[in-house]
Design a protein around this ligand. Structure first.
Ligand code: F6P
Length: 491
């Protein structure tokens, strides 16, 4: 650990996200707490404890909402000293349909990932998105006091920054981290209510994206869509009728230390043997690993096609290579997500039916959730990490694979379309996921690369991932916040 980043005496940082870091339900011993999955909330949880902040989120999945709301101080274990207040915002079914499944995930998500054919917009989506952003703005307004910092997360809250301006004291600093790509203007101009979203985001004092490319894209969109805004490219600042918005690029990393520890601690070798035996992976079979939310942006069907092509072109890989693909169900009320789930199962079945033998399968596909310890053990021992999104803001799986490898000699096969590629692409084997021949060739190159070369590349990858891990990201964001406060921004 490093020292606790400070923003100022008595200043509270209020984090706002769609997903909550903990879920509550009634159990035998009163209220029980469990952690929903997801890298974003787990990473931020550590931050909020360290900076003694508080958190506001949608109370999704909480049983008996009213009663549980009383229990608004979170700590796991229950009496830990570093717990923090968690305020839940309860939404109606219609609000969830319009705000989460509608405008967030059928408009903004596909727009920002350049998937224009998936965009579907209804006026109810927008109305619910506005209404829910208002609900959150009220909740934040009730929580913050003079000089506090509001730290918003992601595309669910495009209107919230501007809405906050009339609800919080002038010296409250509002910052926002956008976890998904920011597309170029030629794509964003297709976004229904796009200018309203941009104006909403200009309510921020500090708007942060993962990469320099997204930062330039955002500034391009502001220039094109907001006539009264003046963009200072060199300073990365936007001057507009309500003030100044600074735009920064700080890539989100992973907790490299924790991942390595969990990948290697205790009886790690025995864990790996159990994982292999559970998936029926025989001795001498080399392993590729893919782990994704079941989303059409992740390039999973393309990955399956590449494995099939590999086995066609390189018969020596039959019986000696298996891809372990772990998928977690996501956003299933949206047709495109259900279609993707079906396509993955059909693809896996097709390739397995074509090549499988009595004691070997080309692809092991499961939707079971692994514990972090098991997952990182799998990463540590897999010969190839396969990360092939069609488009991805960052992709933390690529970084987790590297972090778990540490002194290892695995090879990362990485899509050029992942934000992570801007940072660590040089030492990965790069692919364009739709180019099946290239993808299959990359898998083959990874499997035949000499050990010395693999070690060299993994060593470089590990070093780079450490240079922007979670700690660095937090220091970058909070460092910028502190500087802006000194300059008198906020309000
Ligand atoms: O990183 C993008 C993101 O939408 C996060 O905000 C979220 O935690 C994650 O993907 C999972 O998606 P969802 O919250 O919709 O299940």
């Amino acid at each position: 650990g490093t020292e606790r980043p400070t923003i100022g005496e008595g200043v509270e940082v209020v984090v706002v996200s769609n997903r909550q870091p903990y879920r509550h339900s009634w159990g035998d011993n009163g209220i029980e707490v469990d952690r929903p999955t997801g890298g974003l909330t787990a990473g931020l949880d550590t931050v909020v404890r360290r900076i003694e902040g508080s958190w506001i989120a949608w109370g999704d999945g909480d049983a008996d909402a009213e009663a549980v709301d009383e229990h608004d101080r979170v700590s796991v274990p229950p009496d830990a000293e570093d717990g923090y207040p968690l305020r839940r915002v309860w939404l109606t079914e219609d609000q969830v349909d319009g705000y989460y499944y509608g405008f967030s995930n059928r408009v903004l998500w596909p727009i920002c990932h350049g998937a224009l054919t998936r965009v579907h917009s209804e006026s109810e989506y927008w109305e619910a998105y506005e209404a829910v952003n208002e609900r959150f703005a009220d909740a934040v307004g009730e929580r913050v006091g003079r000089g506090d910092v509001v730290w918003l997360q992601d595309y669910h809250f495009g209107l919230l920054p501007q809405m906050l301006r009339s609800r919080v004291p002038e010296d409250v600093l509002v910052t926002h981290f956008w976890h998904i790509p920011w597309p170029g203007w030629d794509t964003f101009r297709a976004c229904p209510h796009g200018s309203e979203v941009l104006r909403g985001l200009l309510g921020n004092d500090l708007f942060v994206v993962h990469t320099e490319r997204y930062r330039q894209n955002f500034l391009d969109c502001v220039e094109a869509a907001i006539p009264d805004a003046v963009v200072d490219r060199a300073a990365g600042r936007v001057f507009h009728e309500d003030g100044v918005t600074t735009v920064e690029a700080y890539p989100l990393g992973v907790d490299t230390e924790r991942i390595l520890e969990l990948a290697t601690d205790g009886d790690a070798d025995e864990r790996w043997r159990r994982i292999r035996s559970r998936y029926g992976i025989g001795e001498g079979v080399r392993v590729g690993v893919g782990v994704d939310r079941l989303d059409y942006t992740k390039g999973i069907p393309q990955r399956i096609d590449a494995v099939e092509r590999l086995l066609e072109r390189h018969p020596e890989c039959r019986g000696t290579f298996t891809l372990v693909q772990i998928g977690s169900e996501s956003r299933s009320r949206i047709p495109a997500y259900r279609e993707l789930q079906t396509a993955v199962v059909e693809g896996v079945n097709r390739v397995n039916a074509r090549f499988r033998t009595d004691d070997w399968r080309p692809i092991v596909y499961t939707t079971d959730r692994l514990s972090d310890r098991e997952l990182y053990t799998l990463y540590r021992n897999a010969d190839v990490g396969v990360v092939s999104p069609i488009r991805d803001g960052m992709n933390l799986v690529a970084q987790e694979y590297v972090a778990a490898q540490a002194d290892g000699n695995g090879v990362l096969v990485l899509s050029r379309q992942a934000g992570a590629h801007d940072l660590i692409g040089e030492d990965a084997v790069s692919i364009t996921p739709q180019d099946t021949d290239e993808f299959a060739g990359a898998l083959h190159a990874a499997l035949t690369m000499p050990e010395e070369r693999r070690r060299e590349r993994m060593g470089a990858l590990v070093e780079t991932c450490r240079s922007f891990d979670t700690e660095v990201w937090i220091e970058d964001v909070l460092g910028s916040v502190a500087r802006l406060r000194e300059e008198g921004h906020g309000g």
